[in-house]
Design a binder for this molecule. Structure first.
Ligand SMILES: Cc1ncc(C[n+]2csc(CCOP(=O)(O)OP(=O)(O)O)c2C)c(N)n1
Ligand SMILES: [Mg+2]
Length: 362
């Protein structure tokens, strides 16, 4: 018997949970000041998450999917993208979306059930949130292939969850991107849970990164709670894709510290004590500990930043609440170029019973 192929999956971490560097940092991280915007972006996302959950509880938005504990993944990846690249998100990727220029009030509009929230003023070519699991990876592979055909030096970056790597769409997208050497970067947010199904039950694959190897390209693992490791891996993968090296996959290992969404109660299926232990690894405290260690951060700066984030979130909430509600017809507007007869009838009925415009959110 002869071994004809052998594969490796590498794991990278630069900063440990105590905030100590475990190896020389990559170039972008050598100046601690360059890490402050990443810290700010993570804190802003967490502030937003807390507020969004409160808004759901008071009926001001619908179901919401928090990114609690996974902020480093979106922030690290998006910070390695260029404006002309395209983000193809799942529903837990507002950390990345905010870095791309999506506003918090647009995000609230989306979660409030208003399609105008997907009509981003800034990253015009970024895709809207995708709720069907893994289908967005196919869209991203298609976008990446289009960039290649048009000879544009752009990269499509798609996020998905650990559970989503069990879907056929995911495997098809990977194979397609590899066969065409399309500039696609796939980021798996391995938060250990697919609603109530733990990673260990979801798939018996030793890593999720190795699923890329089956398609013929590189997959790596990073500590998804170490924003430096995430950004470093993303930078390498994005650069490779941009220069014709084809797709890559990054499995970012993190933990879902919150409920799956506001429609979930995770205490019904997981031990709160285990969740509590996971708080020791979360990304914000880790970067803060590092910054404090290298004297690049102070208590005053922390307090100032907390205030700044709170104000920014409050302003976004006010802007969202002040938006006039969408028209009743709007819910029929974006699915079809020509509305099928059955929906036309529903639209007529909806308009017949519609309240006068000018109501409130929620
Ligand atoms: C095609 C499809 N099937 C099922 C669902 C219901 N669903 C919503 S979230 C979810 C679990 C996804 O888990 P994971 O991919 O790990 O992402 P996470 O929510 O943990 O970020 C499922 C099955 C869906 N949205 N789309
Ligand atoms: Mg998951």
């Amino acid at each position: 018997m002869t071994t004809i192929a052998r594969f490796q999956v590498e794991y990278t971490r630069f900063v440990d949970p105590q905030g100590e560097a475990t190896q020389p940092l990559p170039e972008f991280a050598l100046d601690p000041a360059a890490l402050i915007p990443l810290y700010r972006a993570m804190l802003l996302t967490r502030t937003f998450d807390t507020k969004a959950i409160a808004l759901q509880r008071t009926g001001k938005i619908g179901t919401f999917a928090s990114a609690l504990g996974q902020e480093a993944i979106g922030v690290g990846v998006a910070s390695a993208m260029r404006a002309e690249d395209v983000l193809v998100p799942s529903y837990r990727d507002h950390a990345a979306q905010f870095m791309r220029g999506v506003t918090m009030s647009e995000s609230l509009l989306y979660w409030g059930g208003d399609e105008r929230g997907s009509n981003f003023a800034v990253p015009r070519d970024d895709f809207p949130i995708c709720v069907p699991i893994a289908t967005q990876v196919c869209h991203a592979a298609g976008a990446a292939y289009a960039f290649k055909l048009r000879r544009e030096a752009r990269v499509a970056v798609s996020f998905l969850g650990d559970g989503a790597t069990s879907k056929g769409d995911f495997y098809e997208a990977l194979n397609f991107a590899a066969a065409w050497q399309a500039p696609l970067v796939v980021v798996v947010n391995n938060n250990q849970w697919a609603i109530s199904v733990p990673r260990s039950v979801q798939t018996v694959a030793q890593t999720l990164a190795q699923k890329a190897i089956a398609a013929g390209f590189e997959g790596c693992q990073v500590d998804g709670n170490d924003v430096i490791a995430v950004r470093h891996a993303a930078q390498q993968a994005i650069e490779k894709a941009r220069t014709g090296g084809g797709p890559s996959l990054i499995e970012a290992i993190s933990y879902r510290l919150g409920d799956h969404t506001t429609a979930d109660d995770a205490t019904r299926y997981r031990d709160p004590e285990v969740v509590q232990q996971q708080w020791a690894f979360e990304p914000i405290v880790r970067l803060r500990s590092y910054l404090l260690r290298v004297n690049a951060w102070s208590q005053q700066e922390e307090e100032q930043l907390v205030k700044e984030c709170t104000n920014a979130v409050n302003e976004a909430v006010e802007a969202y609440l002040a938006m006039p509600p969408p028209t009743t017809a709007a819910m029929f507007d974006h699915l079809y170029a020509t509305l099928p007869a059955a929906l036309q009838e529903q639209r007529d009925t909806a308009l017949h019973f519609a309240p006068p415009q000018g109501g409130e959110h929620g």
